[in-house]
Design a binder for this molecule. Structure first.
Ligand code: F6P
Length: 410
C-alpha cells in the first residue's frame, strides 16, 4: 500500500534562536525539527536569530541532517538583533521579503521575552505564522508553572535552559568550598540572571549559605544587617569559611552616590535596551572584608552557567514542549508558546503537564517572596523544594579532618 502524503508536505518550517544561549538550545532545535519532519515539513534553520532574515538572509537546510541535541549552545548561532530596533520599518520589510524568498511558511522562535515578543508583533502586524518556544537561564519568563508545596500553590517559572544552568551553578559552588576552606575566606560568588534571583538560589544547593538577590534592595540599613549576618554565619561554621552567592543584578547601597544601585559592566545597551551587568561581587567582597575584618574574595561564575552540554532534565523537558508545538501546528494556532503548567520531576514530566500561553508581552517574573528569607539573607526550604524537581544536591566529597592539636613541651 502506498504511503499517503504527509499532512504538511511541501511546507517549510523555519527555526531561529535569539538572545543569550543556554545548554538546551540544540536539544530544543532537534526536538522541534524531528517532530516537524514527521508532519512533513522541510525544516530550515535561520542563523544568528533575526539577523539571519536581514540582508540576503542566512538560512540552512536542516531536513535529513543529523543533529546533536546534547551538545550545548546553538548550532544556529544567536544574536540580540531586534526586528523593531531601527526607527523605520526597513528590517520588518526585509524579514517579510526573506520569508517569501525562502518560502518559510511557519516560524518557530526559540527565545525569551525579547525574541518571542518581536515574533508576536510580526504575527499581529504582518500575519507571520509564528510559534514561540521558551528558553532562558535567568528563568524569569512568566510561564505560570504551579509549584505545589504541601498544598500551597505558588506561581513559579521553569524555562528550558534553567535546569541545566542551575545544575552547573550548584556543582561549581560545591567545588569552591575547598578553596574557601583552605584560606578561611569568604568567597562572594556572582551569578547571572539579570533582574531576577532564580539562578542564584542554585548556589545554595551547592553549599552557599548566604545570598543576595535583585528583588530585595540592599539599602544602607539593610547593609548593616547583612554584615552582621555574614559575621554570625562565618563564626558558626566549624571550619570558618563562607560562600555567599549574589545575583549580578543586586541593588546595593553605594556610599559614593548615596543611592541603591546596580553595578554595570558597561553603559552600553543592546537592541532591546538591556544594559550589561557585571562587577557587583567585587564591590561586595571588598566591603565585606572592610566591615567584618574577614578576608573576602570575589568570583564571577559568568558563562560557566550558560555553557556545556544539555542535562537530562532539560533534554526530556524540551521534548515534551516540542510535542505541544505539534499540537499548535496541527491546529494552526499561532502566536502561542508551550510551557510547563505544573512543576514535574524528571519521572513525571512525560505525563504532559503542559499548556500554551500567549507568546507576546510574556513579562518578566521575579523570584516569588515565598522562596526567600529576607531576615536570614538566604533562600528557604520552599525554594529548595522547587529546585529539587530538577537537580539533586551535588556530591561533595569532603575530607572531614579534625586533627588533635599538639602542645609544645615547654
Ligand atoms: O539573559 C541571559 C544572560 O546570560 C543574563 O543572565 C546576562 O546578564 C546576559 O545574558 C549576558 O548577555 P551577553 O552574553 O550578551 O553579554
Amino acid at each position: 500500500m502506498a504511503l499517503s502524503k504527509k499532512l504538511f508536505e511541501g511546507k517549510t518550517l523555519g527555526i531561529l534562536t535569539g538572545g543569550g544561549d543556554t545548554p538546551a538550545l540544540n536539544a530544543s532545535i532537534e526536538a522541534i525539527k524531528s517532530r516537524a519532519s514527521v508532519l512533513g515539513y522541510n525544516v530550515y534553520g535561520i542563523r544568528k536569530g533575526w539577523k539571519g532574515l536581514l540582508g540576503d538572509g542566512d538560512v540552512v537546510d536542516l531536513s535529513f541532517q543529523p543533529y546533536d541535541g546534547v551538545y550545548g549552545g546553538t548550532a544556529l548561532r544567536s544574536s540580540r538583533t531586534n526586528p523593531f530596533g531601527v526607527k523605520d520599518n526597513s528590517r520588518v520589510e526585509q524579514i517579510m521579503k526573506n520569508l517569501k524568498r525562502y518560502k518559510i511558511d511557519v516560524l518557530v522562535t526559540i527565545g525569551g521575552d525579547d525574541t518571542n515578543g518581536a515574533a508576536k508583533k510580526l504575527y499581529e502586524l504582518e500575519g507571520v505564522p509564528v510559534i514561540g518556544f521558551p528558553k532562558t537561564i535567568d528563568n524569569d519568563l512568566k510561564t505560570k508553572t504551579i509549584h505545589n508545596y504541601n498544598g500551597k500553590l505558588i506561581e513559579a517559572v521553569v524555562c528550558p535552559g534553567f535546569p541545566s544552568a542551575a545544575k552547573g551553578v550548584a556543582e561549581f559552588t560545591t567545588r569552591l568550598a575547598t578553596t574557601a576552606e583552605s584560606h578561611s575566606r569568604i568567597i562572594v560568588l556572582e551569578v547571572m540572571g539579570r533582574d531576577a534571583g532564580w539562578l542564584t538560589g542554585s548556589a545554595m544547593m551547592g553549599g552557599a549559605e548566604i545570598s543576595l538577590i535583585p528583588e530585595i534592595p540592599i539599602t544602607k540599613e539593610k547593609k548593616v544587617e547583612f554584615f552582621e549576618k555574614v559575621k554570625e554565619v562565618y563564626q558558626k561554621t566549624k571550619k570558618h569559611f563562607l560562600l555567599i552567592a549574589v545575583s549580578e543584578g543586586v541593588r546595593w547601597y553605594q556610599e559614593k552616590t548615596d543611592k541603591v544601585d546596580v553595578v554595570y559592566a558597561s553603559s552600553e545597551v543592546d537592541e532591546y535596551g538591556h544594559p550589561r551587568f557585571g562587577g557587583i561581587s567585587g564591590v561586595i567582597a571588598s566591603e565585606v572584608e572592610k566591615n567584618t575584618g574577614i578576608q573576602a574574595r570575589a568570583q564571577n561564575i559568568g558563562y560557566y552557567a550558560r555553557s556545556g552540554d544539555c542535562r537530562n532534565y532539560d533534554k526530556r523537558f524540551v521534548g515534551v514542549l516540542a510535542d505541544k508545538v505539534v499540537d499548535l501546528l496541527l491546529r494552526e494556532d499561532y502566536g502561542m508558546m508551550p510551557v510547563m503548567s505544573k512543576l514535574s520531576t524528571y519521572q513525571e514530566i512525560e505525563e504532559y503537564h503542559t499548556s500554551t500561553i500567549d507568546m507576546g508581552n510574556i513579562g518578566n517574573q521575579p523570584l516569588p517572596f515565598n522562596y526567600y528569607d529576607k531576615k536570614e539573607f538566604h533562600f528557604n526550604e520552599i525554594y529548595m523544594d522547587f529546585l529539587s524537581y530538577f537537580i539533586e544536591k551535588p556530591k561533595a566529597i569532603r575530607f572531614d579532618y579534625n586533627f588533635p592539636k599538639v602542645k609544645p613541651l615547654f
